[in-house]
Design a protein around this ligand. Structure first.
Ligand code: NAD
Ligand code: MG
Length: 398
């Protein structure tokens, strides 16, 4: 039998930015963690390299052809790994009975079903995949409370808020003496740019984030401030907050990762170097603390902390996300899907930067039917919005 302190971990999206940081932290603590499964979409070479180092029991890729390739390579290297393919295989490694902890680090809507499978199976769920919560917040939180899963936010802002909240915080913020959550935002690479320059921004400029190195989709979201909008929705679900209880604060240094304000006037903040290994290590070890490989913050080098209000005229995506959350129902899923299509089209040079927000606004304004009564209804809204958005991209880029 395995010692109770040894945690068996599945890393969904292990070849991504958060996935690689997760493996970096895990590798520092072989006495605490063992890998059950690693998964990637199409990056088969990167997944092979990770398998050779981290020796998972299972590896998952999207296509059968890629899985066959990986199986051959691992066999030649003399490694016993069960290699599977497709979305169902992702859910299987997320809910496997031998697994204690699941890092949900797939990007976008593709991560919803495996993250939900982990929540339904009562795992310790480390949630980086914010889109899952944006799409299906009510269902996701219900699954967590029904199964008794432990949900730990990995998004750095939400991880910060979690660290600043009282240990017991369920049942509404006011009841625990909390007046406001202060969600910090770097402002992204275009914070100081004029509207005309923002309009003609390129994918390369959008992906050059001043403080964080991240995947391309979230980098574009940071540049539009849609990332902060998605995070506002994420915070509402995680912490039982209303959009009005969340204040977005632009803080260009990204040293304060977020704050919680209390009735007595106290504001509690979590600070640190901008490195995802800190929230990842917190999630892995909670309620303990482990070394994440991150240097202690040097306050003299930071020297100053600046704050400003977000400019929602130049960055309309933040307001669109807030409005979608206020509308409720399937609107956040529609917002997310339209944004995913628009960001992809921008990265392919088919849409201009400012068209991302325009496209999301247009799709959100179209009547969409239905209620969030099942994951199927969420996925149907997602598909509907994707089709509408793809048509609009074709029309606008013609
Ligand atoms: P990334 O693009 O670097 O990596 C994404 C991972 O998901 C890769 O392993 C990829 O193979 C896999 N993947 C992509 N599409 C898939 C699909 N259709 N099916 C199965 N697997 C698929 O992304 P990232 O920056 O690591 O972000 C991952 C998630 O974490 C996102 O939801 C993002 O918003 C969130 N997040 C990231 C950061 C960060 O610093 N990068 C910070 C906070 C939150
Ligand atoms: Mg974040």
């Amino acid at each position: 039998a395995k010692p109770s302190s040894l945690q068996r971990v599945t890393v969904l999206g292990s070849t991504g930015s958060v996935g690689a940081s997760t493996l970096d932290v895990i590798a520092r603590h072989p006495e605490r963690y063992v890998i059950h499964a690693l998964t990637a979409h199409t990056s088969k070479e990167a997944l092979l390299a990770q398998c050779l180092v981290h020796r998972p029991a299972v590896a998952v890729l999207d296509s059968d052809a890629d899985a066959a390739w990986l199986r051959r390579e691992l066999k030649q290297a003399g490694q016993q790994v069960d290699v599977n393919a497709g979305p169902k295989a992702l859910c299987d490694v997320a809910r496997d009975a031998s697994v204690d902890c699941v890092m949900a680090a797939i990007v976008g809507a593709a991560g919803l079903l495996p993250a939900l499978a982990a929540a339904e199976a009562g795992k310790r769920v480390l949630l980086a995949n914010k889109e899952a919560l944006v799409m299906s917040g009510a269902l996701f939180m219900e699954a967590v409370s029904r199964s008794g899963a432990t949900l730990l936010p990995i998004d750095s802002e939400h991880n910060a808020i979690y660290q600043c909240l009282p240990v017991k915080h369920r049942g509404g913020l006011a009841q625990h003496g909390i007046t406001q959550l202060m969600l910090t935002a770097s402002g992204g690479p275009f914070r100081t740019w004029r509207q005309a320059d923002i309009d003609s921004a390129t994918p390369e400029q959008a992906c050059a984030h001043p403080n964080w190195s991240m995947g391309r989709k979230i980098s574009v979201d940071s540049a539009t401030l849609m990332n902060k909008g998605l995070e506002l929705i994420e915070a509402c679900w995680l912490f039982d907050a209303t959009p009005e209880q969340i204040q977005v604060v632009v803080h260009p240094q990204s040293v304060i990762h977020s704050m919680v304000a209390y009735h007595d006037g106290s504001v509690i903040a979590q600070l640190g170097n901008p490195d995802m290994r800190t929230p990842i290590a917190y999630g892995l070890a909670w309620p303990e603390r482990i070394n994440a490989g991150v240097e202690t913050l040097d306050l003299f080098q930071v020297a100053r902390l600046d704050f400003e209000a977000p400019d929602e005229a130049r960055f309309p995506c933040l307001g669109l996300a807030r409005a979608a959350m206020q509308q409720g129902g399937l609107a956040p899923a529609v917002l997310n899907a339209a944004n995913e299509i628009a960001v992809e089209a921008f990265l392919q040079h088919r849409l201009g930067f400012s068209a991302i927000g325009q496209l999301v606004e247009e799709i959100l304004s179209r009547p969409s039917e239905g209620r969030v009564d099942s994951v199927e209804s969420v996925l149907a809204a997602d598909q509907w919005a994707r089709h509408q958005a793809i048509e609009l991209v074709t029309k606008w880029s013609a």
